[in-house]
Write a protein of this length. Structure first.
Length: 237
């Protein structure tokens, strides 16, 4: 989830679906088109586990994250989350799909495989800056993960047993409705008050080429955002 700069890592279908799920208005097409823009923020999740002690993205190491400004895309119902520090976020799923180059030029996956991705809108729901974080995680049927990568596809509490999440990374691909770009505060990247971004999350390991976009799911499960440690699904429009 690639053409990334400094990453932040997480352990971690029946038909080919390279165009993604649920077509977007022309606005999102523009957002995806600028996914490879220089200076976008990249966030990869460690491949070993929980993700609770993950390294946070910094602007100094990853560019200014300007991206292009686009109108708000069609999205599913927003879900609000609050961290123990009091940071507030709203997330709304946009689309999911598969693509051999979901964030622009990158090394092609092996024949018969591709990469899974999903887009969502991330919003700072407060009137003050909040830590730039990427709560969304991408899940797929374990049966659609190549055998040599299945041990790295991890299940999570409250998420169907046949679904798992591969190591992945997230990247801001656009700013919504003229939102200000992330700022740096004490070495951490922060979202300005009310800022809203389109984020793309991409699997680092390939999936089977016949994985259907309809089988991909977005969940928030990290304990920083869900106190009961059970996954909260973000519904696509």
């Amino acid at each position: 989830m690639s053409n990334s700069h400094q990453p932040y890592r997480s352990h971690r279908r029946r038909k080919k679906s390279h165009a993604g799920r649920l077509g977007l208005a022309g606005a999102l097409t523009g957002a995806v088109g600028i996914a490879a823009v220089a200076g976008a923020i990249v966030y990869l999740r460690p491949g070993t586990g929980g993700g609770e002690d993950s390294t946070r993205p910094t602007l100094a190491s990853q560019g200014d994250g300007q991206g292009s400004s686009v109108p708000a895309p069609k999205a599913g119902p927003p879900v609000n989350f609050t961290t123990p520090e009091g940071y507030g976020y709203s997330l709304a799923a946009v689309m999911a799909g598969t693509n051999r180059q979901p964030l622009g030029a990158t090394q092609a996956p092996p024949s018969g495989t591709t990469y899974a991705y999903a887009d969502y809108v991330l919003t700072n729901s407060q009137r003050r800056p909040v830590l730039l974080d990427f709560p969304g995680d991408l899940f797929m049927p374990k049966a659609q993960v190549p055998a040599d990568a299945r041990e790295r596809c991890m299940p999570q509490a409250g998420i169907p047993d046949d679904m798992c999440t591969l190591p992945n990374h997230s990247k801001i691909t656009a700013r919504v409705d003229g939102s200000k770009a992330p700022i740096e505060e004490n070495g951490s990247a922060m979202m300005p008050a009310g800022a809203s971004y389109i984020v793309r999350i991409v699997s680092d390991l390939p999936v089977k080429e016949d994985l259907s976009a309809d089988d991909l799911r977005l969940y928030v499960w990290n304990a920083r955002f869900t106190s009961d440690r059970k996954g909260v699904r973000l519904a696509f429009p």
